[in-house]
Design a protein. Structure first.
Length: 156
């Protein structure tokens, strides 16, 4: 009986190692390389940001930069906990975060005729309504950056 359980466990472990995933191309958390001309990736990136309801603030195609206006991620009592999903909390004693928001900056660079690099930077801030009554910058965990890059990849 013990032997058959061990064989079953070994089989499951071996089969799990055989699972394949769809290749996504090189990525470094906030940066991805996409197979596509600069103009095409630029258009897809703009549409991706708009689909995510991010209002565009500045667009400079020549320099490859796009920035969005600050947008709310979470508001109200749940914002304090929602912040943990996307960023590390600032180290402030007795802080109670009632609003979390972010702005996105995208940098596109043509690598060659058929490849474009896209780098995403998300600036996250949280409003402490208890101890300081101020907005505080938060260190991103890379969640939003990866989501945006994945949305771009899916739209190509």
């Amino acid at each position: 009986m013990k032997r058959s359980i061990l064989v079953l466990a070994a089989s499951i472990f071996a089969l799990h190692g055989c699972a394949t995933t769809k290749p996504q191309g090189p990525t470094a958390g906030d940066t991805s390389f996409f197979l596509g001309r600069y103009d095409r990736i630029w258009e897809v990136t703009i549409k991706t940001l708009e689909r995510r309801s991010l209002e565009l603030k500045e667009i400079d195609k020549e320099n490859g930069t796009i920035s969005t206006k600050f947008t709310n991620f979470s508001v109200g009592p749940k914002a304090h906990h929602d912040l943990d999903k996307i960023a590390d909390r600032p180290d402030i004693r007795l802080a109670l975060y009632s609003q979390v928001g972010y702005a996105v900056t995208v940098k596109l660079t043509a690598v060659n005729d058929m490849s474009t690099q896209v780098k995403i930077k998300v600036n996250i801030e949280a409003y402490d309504s208890n101890a300081t009554k101020k907005w505080h910058p938060c260190r991103s965990k890379g969640v939003l950056e990866r989501e945006i890059l994945e949305d771009i990849r899916k739209s190509i």
